[in-house]
Design a protein around this ligand. Structure first.
Ligand SMILES: Cc1ncc(COP(=O)(O)O)c(C=O)c1O
Length: 316
């Protein structure tokens, strides 16, 4: 159960957590008209740091644009909003959730004049697939559900409605005893997990489906590609047939929630050695070293959240 944490940012103002409510007849409730983000804040020795906040803000505005939602907000305003809620929360590490939604007004599908509201909240959050998963890997299956097809719901937008598809994938995997499901795209090639991008390693090369394979253009995906470049590991964006997962040397997920999580089996077929592989481990280590501030932030991915208020002078 989510715990009330600090304040929530609403269209530029911080409001009490319990006041961030919407009417049941708001457009978003019936029609799923929202776009959102998930952003992590890591504790570093220099203080709390937002991971790639500006890139998330940009994807949020891109998602809103695709759905003709004018949030009337700049990248800078959104970035400041994220910093403000984290600072208010007093949390050293957390998860930030910015949401843009079509609000209360007309109840029809078009609802052109309904307000567009933006909220940003944050809360404490641990490892999505568990600590154990990061070290030992997870067992996953290919979903019987296809990922949203081109020209149905746009995959480049991180829209609330897309997660109806994600829920089907994740729930089916769960009831069948898997940690996660991997959806194939409309053409039958590997797309992504319900909330993660996927990478396959074969003969020292890192392969990942292209953005045309109905994937969300993940910010962690991009980070993995950049880290691999730095480590001299070749990366190829290519369509991936399902069976390549079975015969891969290593497979892993990337995502804000999953971070870099190894996959040790697909459809009960053991991948490689059935544990985190050496290339996955190198990439994962580099990723965690960067986000924790242990390694130099060469890509400029971390934005420090400075302390809330200057401490009261003492002894006067
Ligand atoms: C469907 C889906 N794919 C991929 C990702 C990974 O994207 P990111 O690394 O930006 O979190 C997410 C998470 O947001 C997602 O929900």
């Amino acid at each position: 159960m989510l715990k009330a944490t600090g304040k929530i940012w609403h269209n530029g103002k911080l409001i009490p957590w319990d006041d961030a409510k919407i009417h049941v007849l708001s457009h978003v409730v019936s029609y799923g008209s929202s776009v959102f983000e998930g952003v992590r804040v890591y504790e570093t020795e220099h203080g709390s740091a937002i991971f790639r906040g500006a890139d998330h803000a940009r994807r949020l505005l891109d998602s809103a644009k695709i759905y003709r939602m004018d949030a009337r907000l700049s990248l800078a305003e959104l970035s400041k909003g994220m910093t403000d809620v984290v600072r208010e929360s007093g949390l050293a590490s957390c998860y930030i959730r910015p949401i843009v939604l079509r609000g209360y007004g007309d109840v029809g599908v078009l609802a052109r004049d309904n307000p567009i509201d933006t909220y940003i909240a944050c809360w404490e959050w641990g490892k999505y697939l568990g600590e154990e998963a990061l070290a030992h890997g997870v067992d996953v299956c290919i979903s019987s559900w296809t990922r949203i097809a081109p020209n149905t719901l746009p995959a480049l937008a991180k829209a609330g409605a897309n997660y109806m598809n994600s829920q089907l994938i994740r729930m089916e995997a769960d009831v069948n005893g898997y940690a996660e499901g991997i959806a194939l795209d409309d053409a039958g090639y590997v797309s992504e997990g319900s909330g993660e991008n996927i990478f396959v390693i074969r003969d020292g090369k890192l392969l990942t489906p292209p953005i045309g394979a109905s994937v969300l253009p993940g910010i962690t995906r991009d980070s993995v590609v950049k880290i691999a470049g730095q480590l001299g590991i070749p990366v190829v964006e290519t369509i991936i047939p399902r069976e390549l997962l079975y015969i891969a040397d290593e497979v892993f997920f990337s995502g804000t929630a999953a971070e870099v999580t190894p996959i040790r089996s697909v459809d009960r077929i053991t991948v490689g050695g059935g544990r985190r592989g050496p290339i996955t481990e190198r990439i994962q280590k580099r990723f965690f070293d960067i986000v924790s501030g242990k390694a130099k932030d060469e890509f400029g991915w971390l934005t420090l959240v400075s302390p809330v208020k200057t401490p009261e002078p003492v002894g006067v």
